[in-house]
Design a protein. Structure first.
Length: 144
C-alpha cells in the first residue's frame, strides 16, 4: 500500500519533473553553446597559426597537437600529409584544406568535420601570436 502511495505521489509530479528535466537540459545546452563560441586560449603544446588569419578577418587557428598525436603517429601528418617538422615553415592556405591537402585530408566531413565549420579551428583569441604555445621554438627533429 505504501508503494502505491509513493507511485501516485511521484506520478502526479511527472509533468513537473519533465519540465524540470527539460529546463536543466536546455540550460546545459545553452552553457555548452556559449562555451563553444568563446575564443579559447591555447594550451601547452598547441600550435597557434596566425600568420594570415587575422589579416584575412578570421580568428587564429589553435591546432591541438597532442590531441592529434594521441591518435596518430608523427609520420601520418609529417610525412604522408606534407607538414614540415619545423614551426612556421608550413604555408597552409584554406584553399589547400578545401582541396584536400594538409588538414583537408581528414577534415573533409567524412573522417572529421569539414572546412565549413570555421569556428572549430579558428577558435583563438585575437592577437594570439603564431608558434608552439608554452614550448620551445622548434627548429626540426634534431633539436628534439
Amino acid at each position: 500500500m505504501k508503494a502505491v502511495c509513493l507511485w501516485r505521489k511521484y506520478s502526479r509530479g511527472a509533468t513537473r519533473c519533465t519540465h524540470l528535466v527539460k529546463c536543466a537540459l536546455g540550460s546545459a545546452l545553452a552553457l555548452w553553446l556559449a562555451a563553444v563560441s568563446i575564443p579559447v586560449h591555447a594550451e601547452y603544446g598547441d600550435v597557434v597559426l596566425n600568420k594570415r588569419a587575422e589579416k584575412e578577418g578570421v580568428r587564429p587557428v589553435v591546432f591541438p597537437h597532442w590531441f592529434h598525436r594521441i591518435r596518430f603517429r608523427c609520420k601520418v601528418c609529417h610525412s604522408e600529409l606534407g607538414f614540415k617538422m619545423r614551426a612556421g615553415s608550413n604555408d597552409v592556405l584554406m584553399s589547400d584544406i578545401i582541396n584536400g591537402k594538409f588538414c583537408g585530408m581528414c577534415h573533409n566531413d567524412q573522417v572529421a568535420w569539414g572546412a565549413a565549420n570555421c569556428d572549430l579551428c579558428h577558435s583563438g583569441k585575437p592577437g594570439l601570436p603564431s608558434g608552439i604555445y608554452g614550448g620551445d621554438s622548434t627548429t626540426g627533429p634534431g633539436k628534439w
